[in-house]
Design a protein around this ligand. Structure first.
Ligand SMILES: [Fe+2]
Length: 263
């Protein structure tokens, strides 16, 4: 059974640069470092508030053409059974259960109905540590493009055990449906428009701070470049948001509304 959303995985070009960005600039803690010898890839878990990002830095940069967010990983206590039942339900298998490249535990990959790569992990340690105090109050959500919203809700609700936390609909011209599903602390946001959208399947991660404008000023002073138009009022009317990018172009949003569970 799947019992938690463990991490969002990202491929990065320069491990040192990414670790510096997430720890020194954003206040994350490194909770695990390992090597995947078969592909000469460094694997570093950084924890931001209560959420984790897995940074994967290949030794050979020509081995990949795409960097940034790559997959969403769930922990299970029975990988063979879950992989079998999820793929039997019609979801596409990508990598059969096997020993993890780091040698620790077993992993498998499959595709969610919108094409997001989903990792299943079975191991004796989730790597998550007690939260460290920083400017990040919580890891608010991981945002996924859900062109087929019904199928996304069926997959995450039926196969991963997540439940709906909140729904928002923003009237035209935005015409945007936002659905939040969670597994305890961990939240996934589905973004859906009537017309199918192109773009990154894992669109961004969102971090909750006390005050977006103050945090944006602090990050700007450390050389972080914000997207044009940031900070701005959130489309939901709840608080302010600002968007910047990590070292490999991964999109990061800061927001200062209440925790979704308290809305
Ligand atoms: Fe992973």
């Amino acid at each position: 059974m799947i019992y938690e959303l463990n991490h969002v995985g990202a491929f990065v070009k320069d491990a040192e640069k990414s670790v510096d960005f997430y720890t020194r600039i954003l206040g994350a803690q490194v909770v695990r470092e390992a090597m995947i010898p078969a592909t000469n890839t460094k694997c570093i878990y950084v924890q931001l508030a209560g959420g984790m990002i897995e940074l994967l830095a290949p030794g050979d940069l020509s081995s990949r053409s795409v960097y940034g967010f790559d997959h969403v990983a769930f922990s299970t206590d029975s990988i063979d059974r879950d992989f079998e039942s999820i793929t039997a339900a019609g979801y596409k298998p990508l990598v059969q259960p096997k020993v993890a490249g780091s040698g620790h535990g077993r992993i498998a990959f499959l595709s969610d109905p919108n094409g997001v790569r989903i990792e299943l992990i079975e191991r004796d340690d989730t790597y998550r540590k007690p939260e460290k105090t920083s400017d990040i109050l919580s890891f608010d959500h991981i945002s996924l493009l859900a062109n087929d919203l019904e199928a996304a809700e069926a997959f995450y609700g039926g196969q991963t055990g997540m439940t709906v936390l909140k729904r928002f609909y923003l009237e035209p011209p935005r015409d945007l449906t936002m659905v939040y599903v969670n597994h305890g602390y961990d939240v996934i946001e589905f973004l859906h428009r009537k017309e199918p959208q192109a773009g990154d399947l894992i669109g961004h991660i969102a971090l909750r701070v006390a005050n977006v404008d103050a945090m944006a000023e602090k990050l700007s002073a450390q050389g972080v470049a914000f997207e044009p138009g940031s900070p701005k009022n959130a489309g939901t009317g709840l608080g302010r948001v600002a968007v910047f990018r990590g070292p490999d172009g991964e999109k990061i949003e800061i927001l200062d509304r209440s925790d979704l569970r308290d809305l």
